[in-house]
Write a protein that binds this ligand. Sequence first.
Ligand SMILES: [Fe+2]
Ligand SMILES: [Fe+2]
Length: 191
Amino acid sequence: MDSNEMLQKVKGRLPEKRFTHVLGVVKTAIELAKEFDVSESKAETAAILHDAAKFSDREWMKSIIVSEKLDPLLLDYHAELWHAPVGAYMAKTEFGVEDEDVLNAIRYHTTGRAEMSDLEKVVYIADLIEPNRKFSGVEELRQLKEQGLDVMMEASVKHSIEFLVSKNQPVFPDSLKCYNYFVQQKGKVKE
Ligand SMILES: [Fe+2]
Ligand SMILES: [Fe+2]
């Protein structure tokens, strides 16, 4: 399936505002991929599909998490997290995506994880800073581009965790592992 077909299919599943967000993520993901030497076509595919399951039926998503033996911990956390791993399942089964790196970029776009690939980082960051995002601090995140992909990723996951904490929301362990990974990596370089 080419990217135009994918976009049309995704468009049919999302409200207009969410589709506008997807187009923003595609644009930003391609820019970041160019900047940081990541495959632009993989970034484009992952960005197009990252929110494909965003408006899927909750019970259906739950059934996929169980039947596909996805991380069972997901069921103890907010259903908002489910669309990422279920989106990866959808990308494979309904859009024919086989590339594991692309699937992981979709799978971890909400939580991050330790030892992310550069493609995963690009999609995670693009989701957060695409042009339609207006939250306070987004401009500062965008400007970190000059300091490299890891600096951007660390600041992005920190922002997401801080946001959840400020709202008294639980933080999924993969996000904490992602944060710890960056902080501990820096410690290692210094030694
Ligand atoms: Fe998402
Ligand atoms: Fe998104």
